[in-house]
Design a protein around this ligand. Structure first.
Ligand SMILES: [Zn+2]
Ligand SMILES: [Zn+2]
Length: 298
């Protein structure tokens, strides 16, 4: 796509304007513990929302796959986040919208809304959810189900589920990381879960025991990954890590398990969680990346 056309295309397909950043306004709304909070608290570093207003530790950030902010554990709430952040909804493929927050919040991941003939699926989730986002997504057909790759992206999934009356699919192996109890959360077991229109969730494990990808056989075959695998900055390879912020690699057994899961799938494009996409020969790129990784750790 020529540069000028691409810019024009993005402009036509981007629904929310960039938020104005008001210096200091967000940091002043962060708090250290439960002072005067009556909302479900959201960790300011990873974006996960907890049930209890008196939550003091973020279990996800204290795990070796994340980190506690240098300023110590800080919390915010959804109403506070709504005041300082906006979501961008951007068409990234004929059947797909990326949804992300500006200014960046938490880990900074992008969720994706995939449009399919029998209902839309939200792949992964972000913490900020406001009335404008709900309105735009409803106009795009709403959300039939939410599926989340792994605990780093659980964010405010229960709020999203309530807003769209959508069930949430999470792998059983990651059950202990779910911080808000809800009947909307369905834990699936095994290596695959078939949804509708040929969509399926596939267990890759490794980064988390329950780390999964979403596969769509249409549109040339689309693989939506979270952090296992993660699409690299070069947009032509992927990688696999136990911890990205603390640089802890995975064993060859873990990489081979993921390879076994991915091998039967046919796909041309790979959509990563941070706006990096492989837009052709996706399967070849993943196979090359696996060989490269195994070559490095043998
Ligand atoms: Zn956290
Ligand atoms: Zn992760």
């Amino acid at each position: 796509m020529a540069k000028i056309n691409r810019r024009k295309w993005i402009k036509q397909n981007t629904y929310a304007a960039l938020a104005l950043t008001i210096p200091g306004s967000f940091t002043s709304s962060l708090y250290k513990s439960k002072e005067m909070n009556t909302e479900h608290p959201i960790c300011a570093t990873c974006g996960i929302q907890y049930e209890s207003a008196t939550q003091e530790h973020c279990l996800v950030c204290e795990d070796s796959r994340q980190y506690v902010n240098a300023d110590g554990q800080q919390w915010t709430t959804l109403p506070a986040l709504n005041k300082t952040h906006k979501n961008i909804i951007e068409k990234v493929a004929p059947n797909m919208y990326a949804i992300y927050t500006s200014p960046r919040f938490g880990i900074g991941q992008h969720a994706h809304l995939m449009v399919t003939p029998n209902g839309n699926i939200l792949w992964d989730c972000i913490a900020n959810l406001d009335a404008t986002t709900i309105d735009i997504i409803k106009k795009l057909g709403g959300i039939r189900a939410i599926a989340i790759s792994h605990p780093h992206y659980y964010s405010t999934m229960i709020e999203w589920s309530k807003a769209f009356d959508a069930p949430i699919y999470i792998h059983q192996s990651d059950k202990k990381w779910v911080q808000r109890k809800s009947e909307a959360v369905h834990f699936w077991e095994g290596r695959e879960k078939t949804l509708w229109d040929g969509l399926k969730l596939v267990l890759c494990a490794g980064h988390f025991d329950g780390a999964t990808v979403l596969y769509n056989p249409d549109h040339g075959g689309q693989l939506l990954t979270g952090d296992m695998p993660l699409v690299c900055s070069d947009r032509k390879s992927v990688t696999f890590m136990y911890s990205y912020p603390n640089y802890i690699p995975l064993s060859s057994e873990a990489i081979r398990y993921a390879k076994e899961s991915l091998d039967p799938l046919k796909y041309d494009s790979v959509f990563g969680a941070f706006g990096t996409y492989i837009r052709g020969d996706g399967k070849k790129a993943v196979d090359f990346s696996i060989s490269r990784y195994l070559g490095q750790i043998k």
